[in-house]
Design a binder for this molecule. Structure first.
Ligand SMILES: *Cc1c(COP(=O)(O)O)cnc(C)c1O
Length: 388
């Protein structure tokens, strides 16, 4: 597991982080107790006390909350407050540095340096609406978004004039969108997903009130196509919408896309009776670089693929990419007059900074390093899967 951490998180470049000034004493101006730098243990009267972290239902936990300070007419007080806020932020930054160093257990690539993009932080960039239609809102980054989408469409082998997609807020949004497209194409379709699928897939089933069949998995975490076949045969009269995992969250298992398609065909489901969404949140971007891995491509009868931007790619804010076939999106979209755009996304306003980060990170030098990292990552999965 230790190697796992190295592979996923990379080196955090701490040299680039400016140290706090030597004479900086945050406690000098702090009146209220601030949250401790690393607060896995509770601090009571200056003594550390081990505390089990528990999930309390029905009650919001407010132990680590910083109050919003109200503006004040008195200049002296305002000055004091600004100093206080600066010290809170400085300590928060320190705790982020500390926590990033010990980042473990989440498959995030933290090897990034986006200094060049700092100059854009002052702008409220919003890509609301459809990425391919100019809307009324001028402060957008659509030109970057579409560039990134073109890159992914090429990666998954779909022609420029045949795909549609957008940069989402996270992998979950990609799943919510992919499954919605499937549902709009086949309104009476049944959703099939392996038991080890991400919780967002089952959330989609609940949100859209879809009938859902949870399919068993093999020891490796891959979908069990024998069980899939049995479940398909129970509902031969209804179209099938299938979530295929390109890397499950816990075991990193990659469902055998070819076997899933073969199983559908053998059970009598013709290509116009099923829709496959590939949840590539974890490895969707990596698989094309791994030799002998099941290939994710729109040359196969799949409907959509989504990935997370903040996992393998490494992006300082949550984001994701969703790509689907243009023909499907027309079934789903509505025109919105006041935006002068089309509504085909899950969210309305969309983070316009995320496309800039993705566009910047997909530069050739960095992408060229993906293959080096991919085998290590997939080897890690084999170790986790064990012999099967
Ligand atoms: C992380 C993950 C998601 C959800 O992605 P978020 O960006 O956290 O919303 C979906 N599917 C899989 C397999 C994941 O690992």
């Amino acid at each position: 597991m230790a190697r796992n951490f190295e592979v996923f998180s990379g080196e955090v470049n701490l040299e680039k982080v400016e140290p706090l000034p030597e004479d900086f004493d945050p406690t000098a101006i702090i009146k209220d107790l601030l949250p401790p730098v690393v607060c896995n243990d509770a601090i009571v009267n200056g003594k550390e006390k081990k505390k089990e972290r528990e999930i309390v239902l029905g009650r919001n936990v407010h132990t680590a909350c910083l109050e919003v300070t109200e503006p004040d007419a008195d200049d002296e007080v305002t000055g004091e407050r600004e100093a206080y806020m600066a010290s809170v932020l400085a300590r928060y930054r320190k705790s982020l540095i500390e926590r990033t160093k010990h980042h473990l257990g989440y498959p995030y690539n933290l090897d990034f340096d986006y200094g060049a993009l700092a100059q854009l932080q002052h702008f409220s960039i919003n890509n609301l609406g459809d990425p391919f239609i100019e809307s009324n809102y001028g402060v957008h980054s659509r030109q970057f978004e579409v560039g990134v989408l073109d890159w992914f469409a090429r990666l998954w082998e779909l022609e420029k004039n045949e795909y549609w997609g957008y940069i989402t807020n996270c992998g979950t949004e990609g799943n919510l969108h992919g499954i919605l497209v499937g549902r709009e194409v086949y309104p009476d379709g049944i959703l099939y997903a392996s038991a080890e699928s991400h919780y967002s897939v089952f959330k989609a089933a609940r949100m859209y009130r879809m009938e859902c069949e949870k399919v068993k998995t093999l020891l490796s975490g891959e979908i069990d196509c024998e069980d899939f076949k049995a479940k398909l045969l129970l509902h031969k009269d209804k179209p099938a919408i299938i979530n295929v995992n390109i890397g499950t969250t816990v075991k990193g298992a990659v469902d055998d896309l070819d076997l899933v398609i073969q199983t559908l065909e053998e059970t009598g489901f013709t290509h116009d009776r099923f829709y496959i969404h590939c949840d590539g949140a974890l490895f969707g971007l990596m698989m094309p670089f791994v030799k002998r891995a099941p290939k994710v491509t729109f040359k196969k009868p799949i409907g959509s693929v989504s990935v997370s931007g903040h996992k393998f790619v490494g992006c300082p804010m949550p984001c994701g990419v969703q790509i689907t076939r243009l023909e499907h999106i027309n079934a789903l979209s509505r025109n919105v007059e006041y935006l002068a755009s089309r509504d085909a996304t899950i969210m309305g306003s969309r983070n316009g900074h995320a496309p800039l980060f993705l566009w910047y990170t997909l530069k050739p030098e960095r992408v060229q390093r993906f293959p080096e990292r991919s085998p290590e990552m997939s080897q890690e999965c084999t170790l986790l899967e064990g012999p099967s």
